[in-house]
Design a binder for this molecule. Structure first.
Ligand SMILES: CC(C)(COP(=O)(O)OP(=O)(O)OC[C@H]1O[C@@H](n2cnc3c(N)ncnc32)[C@H](O)[C@@H]1OP(=O)(O)O)[C@@H](O)C(=O)NCCC(=O)NCCS
Length: 234
């Protein structure tokens, strides 16, 4: 399913349950030793997805440990991202010469719990969600906005190594399955990207978002371009 919204060069694998055997390397098993069984299964299935997609890039199976801040340590020359939610696990990877930054997120296709939207959005974004809702598509736009920001965080963090708040990102969502994100972090990092493009998909009760940045673009060129509210590159 996720392959439908991936940019060129990205390999993926996904699972809708934890039934397939997904062995862990000893270092990974040690990391999960104290975790509840559900988390261990989720972690193992997502690791199996990651190893399958890395295999498509020609990499042998290897442990995939967190590198700090929760982001997985991908092999040199690889960017990637992992997500899991009820009924879904996925991993995506690409060679960094093709894709410079990559983030994915999966959510249940349900409205956000009461009170969350105001914490993760700006007035301009809420106005956008109202305009989108007027089209009557049935998409949970609030959840989509949240998911897009989670995917942005996963794409941003490995380059920036810095926290990014929900209010530090402005997302413009298009009706036809695309979105754009403009970042204005409180403490900017010159080497990290400030603009991402994304794709979204809602199907079978799941909402998926993918955020990426093509390789070969200079993050410093993002800095002077655009203010919050002008992330219209979708
Ligand atoms: C890290 C975070 C984005 C994970 O999202 P989530 O919806 O809770 O969980 P998901 O299942 O989709 O993703 C979890 C996976 O994300 C990856 N991940 C965790 N921290 C990460 C980070 N700092 N950078 C990149 N990837 C990260 C991991 O692979 C993790 O799975 P694993 O522990 O099994 O390896 C979320 O917990 C979080 O901290 N959000 C707050 C920051 C944020 O989103 N800000 C938005 C501003 S744009």
């Amino acid at each position: 399913m996720i392959e439908e919204i991936l940019p060129p060069g990205v390999r993926s694998a996904e699972a809708f349950d934890d039934l397939a055997p997904a062995p862990l390397f000893p270092e990974e098993a040690a990391l999960m030793a104290e975790r509840r069984p559900g988390r261990r299964r989720q972690f193992a299935t997502a690791r199996a997805c990651a190893r399958r997609s890395l295999g498509e890039l020609g990499f042998a199976s290897r442990p995939l440990l967190p590198a700090g801040g929760g982001a997985p340590q991908w092999p040199d020359g690889v960017v990637g991202s992992i997500t899991h939610c009820d009924g879904y696990r996925a991993a995506v990877v690409a060679r960094s010469v093709e894709v410079a930054a990559l983030g994915i997120d999966a959510e249940p296709a349900l409205p956000l719990p009461h009170g969350v939207l105001s914490l993760v959005s700006s007035p301009a974004e809420r106005a956008l969600l109202e305009r989108l809702a007027a089209h009557g598509t049935g998409v949970c736009w609030d959840r989509l906005l949240f998911s897009a920001k989670e995917a942005v965080y996963k794409a941003w963090y490995p380059g920036a190594r810095q926290w990014l708040g929900f209010r530090d990102v402005h997302v413009e969502i298009g009706l036809a399955g695309t979105f754009a994100a403009l970042l204005h972090p409180a403490d900017p990092v010159p080497v990290a990207y400030r603009r991402f493009t994304g794709q979204w998909l809602v199907r079978n009760g799941l909402l998926l978002t993918v955020v990426s940045r093509t390789a070969g673009t200079d993050p410093r060129r993002d800095v002077s371009s655009g203010a919050p509210g002008s992330a219209t590159a979708y």
